[in-house]
Design a protein around this ligand. Structure first.
Ligand code: NAD
Length: 255
């Protein structure tokens, strides 16, 4: 028996990293998964394809090409959930992008791109999914915030703005949809080894050492660490948890 037997989930940005692990974990726990992304292949060469992972556990899934900035793509994924799997129980707003810059050097179009994907994308997918989620007896929205959505982080102005927005949109929607028994929560990962940070992990020894020194747990996180926390927020055990931003950061924000 799986912890998500009979549930239907949509995961955005599910081809790589954290979204890949969440889609695979949910599938392994019995959920039917609408895998969505702007690409099919994982961003990192050594990452296993989400489709292979889902096949390995015999999960039901469909792929829909979906850019979270595009409302028609979002509607198409919702249509697939409804027609192929009979509805929607869980929306995971995972797609996200990251650029490093301080405010004074951030081009306006870089700011716009980050806000569009990381914050407006969460808003749009939630907005369109909510009618279907209201029909579910187990409605869940799980947003990917960040430790940088709880505190400021150096050299990441637009990203911090977007993730701060995600944390507070999470709390806001938790209020509005509690009466419908839809749980709205977020995850705040610390450094998780994915394509999002591979470049500086491999090239910037000083920054890497800084992060290692400031993360109390003696390793960085993995996508599966975050997927395990997502599973808790997607399942029955978290029924009375809503409006929460759950840190998965090895203690980085514990100080
Ligand atoms: P990743 O780059 O490995 O994967 C992100 C996926 O999102 C990719 O497959 C990409 O194609 C997809 N994507 C990008 N733009 C998209 C768009 N417009 N529409 C749909 N899909 C799109 O990154 P990750 O580390 O797995 O990040 C997943 C989420 O977790 C992001 O929201 C990120 O900000 C957040 N996060 C990551 C970390 C970390 O350390 N890796 C820490 C905190 C938060």
């Amino acid at each position: 028996e799986g912890r998500l037997d009979g549930r239907v989930a949509i995961v955005t940005g599910a081809s790589s990293g954290i979204g890949n692990a969440i889609a695979a974990t949910f599938g392994a726990e019995g959920a039917s998964v609408v895998v969505t992304d702007v690409r099919r292949e994982p961003k990192l060469e050594d990452e296993e394809s989400v489709f292979d992972r889902l096949d390995a556990v015999d999960a039901d899934y469909e792929y829909v090409e979906l850019d979270v900035t595009d409302e028609d793509d979002i509607e198409a994924a919702l249509e697939t959930a409804a027609t192929e799997f009979g509805g929607l129980d869980i929306l995971v707003n995972n797609a996200g992008i990251y650029f490093q810059n301080q405010a004074h050097e951030t081009p306006a179009d870089e700011y716009d791109a980050i806000m569009d994907v990381n914050l407006r994308g969460v808003f749009l997918a939630s907005k369109h999914a909510l009618p279907l989620l209201k029909e579910s007896d187990h409605g869940k929205i799980i947003n990917l915030s960040s430790i940088y959505g709880l505190v400021g982080g150096e050299n990441s102005a637009a990203y911090c703005a977007s993730k701060g927005g995600v944390s507070n949109l999470t709390r806001q929607m938790a209020l509005d949809y509690a009466a419908d028994e839809i749980n709205v929560n977020a995850l705040a990962p610390g450094i998780i080894e994915t394509a999002q940070n591979v470049e500086w992990r491999e090239t910037d020894e000083e920054l890497l050492a800084d992060w290692q020194a400031s993360t109390p747990w003696p390793r960085f996180g993995t996508p599966d660490d975050v997927a395990d926390a997502a599973l808790f927020l997607a399942g029955e055990e978290s029924e009375f948890v809503t409006g929460h931003v759950l840190r998965v950061d090895g203690g980085w924000t514990a100080r």
